[in-house]
Write a protein that binds this ligand. Structure first.
Ligand SMILES: [Zn+2]
Length: 263
C-alpha cells in the first residue's frame, strides 16, 4: 500500500471540548509522506515522540484532542497531509470521529508514489500500568478487542475487525463520554470546558442521561481513541490489539513499543 493524501483541502470548525473556545482544523494535501501539524507557532511531524500529554486526551505540540481526527485519517489510509489548527484544539463536533470521517469522504483521497510502512506484529508486545493493559498480538489485519470497566454498571467489551466499513458503521459515530459526577472536578482543572450533552454521552447512576447511539457506546468510543493514538505510528498496523481498562497513556505507550517494529 502507498502513502495516501487528500484530493483537496477540507476544514472542520467548532468548539474545543476542553478549551470551550472556537477552533478550526484545515486538512491539506501533502506530496510527502507523513502528517504534519501546524499551529501559529510551530510545525511538528506527527509521531509517537511528538506527544506532550495524555491526560484525558492526547495532546501533540500544544494542540489538544487530536485523537478523533487522527483515527478517521488513519482508517481512511491518510498518512500524508498537513493539519493546520487554529484555537489550540481540534473541534469537538458531536464528540465522535464522524465529522472528520465525513470530511475526508467528501473530498476523497489519492495515493502518493511512496510506499507506506507496515508494522506487522510477529510476537506479543504489551504494556501495563497498574490494572491497565494494552497488548498487540500477531494478526493478518487490524483487529481490536477492548474491555472497558465502568462504575456502577457491568463492564463493556467490543471486538471489531477494523476497516473502513466497520469504522463508519460501528465506531466513528460513538461519542466522547463521561460520568456526570466528574464534570465539576474536570472543570476545576480547566478541562472539559466545552463539554455538553451535544458532544458528550453522560453516564449517570443506572444509565445514560442523554440518548446513546449504541448500548455499548463508551466501549466503542474507546476503540476510536485507541485508533487515534495508534495512528501516531504513521504506518499500517497488522495486529490484534487487546486493551483492558486502558487510556491514552497506555495507548501511546503501546504505540511507542510498536514503533521499533516498523519495516
Ligand atoms: Zn475520545
Amino acid at each position: 500500500m502507498k502513502h495516501r493524501t487528500l484530493v483537496r483541502p477540507v476544514e472542520v470548525q467548532g468548539v474545543g471540548i476542553h478549551t470551550g473556545k472556537p477552533c478550526r482544523v484545515r486538512i491539506l494535501p501533502r506530496e510527502l509522506p507523513g502528517l504534519v501539524l501546524r499551529t501559529g507557532e510551530a510545525t511538528v511531524v506527527l509521531g509517537v515522540r511528538a506527544v506532550d500529554s495524555t491526560e484525558r486526551r492526547t495532546q501533540v505540540a500544544g494542540v489538544l484532542t487530536v485523537e478523533h481526527l487522527l483515527a478517521a485519517l488513519w482508517v481512511a489510509g491518510v498518512t500524508a497531509g498537513e493539519l493546520v489548527v487554529e484555537g489550540g484544539e481540534v473541534p469537538a463536533g458531536d464528540g465522535s470521529a464522524l465529522p472528520f470521517w465525513n470530511a475526508v469522504r467528501r473530498v476523497g483521497t489519492r495515493d502518493l508514489d511512496a510506499e507506506r510502512p507496515v508494522v506487522a506484529v510477529r510476537e506479543p508486545v504489551w504494556v501495563t500500568d497498574g490494572d491497565r493493559l494494552c497488548a498487540a498480538l500477531p494478526s493478518a489485519g487490524l483487529r481490536v478487542t477492548y474491555v472497558v470497566p465502568l462504575r456502577d454498571r457491568p463492564a463493556q467489551a467490543v471486538d471489531v475487525q477494523v476497516d473502513e466499513e466497520s469504522f463508519e458503521r460501528e465506531l466513528a459515530p460513538a461519542r466522547t463520554w463521561g460520568y456526570a459526577e466528574e464534570a465539576g472536578g474536570l472543570w476545576a482543572q480547566g478541562l472539559a470546558l466545552g463539554a455538553s450533552e451535544s458532544n458528550t454521552l453522560v453516564l449517570e447512576a443506572g444509565g445514560y442521561r442523554n440518548r446513546p447511539r449504541f448500548a455499548d457506546e463508551p466501549a466503542r468510543h474507546k476503540v476510536v481513541d485507541l485508533l487515534g493514538d495508534l495512528a501516531l505510528l504513521g504506518a499500517e498496523l497488522r495486529a490484534h490489539v487487546v486493551a483492558v481498562g486502558a487510556g491514552h497513556g497506555t495507548h501511546v505507550a503501546l504505540a511507542r513499543a510498536l514503533a521499533g517494529l516498523s519495516g
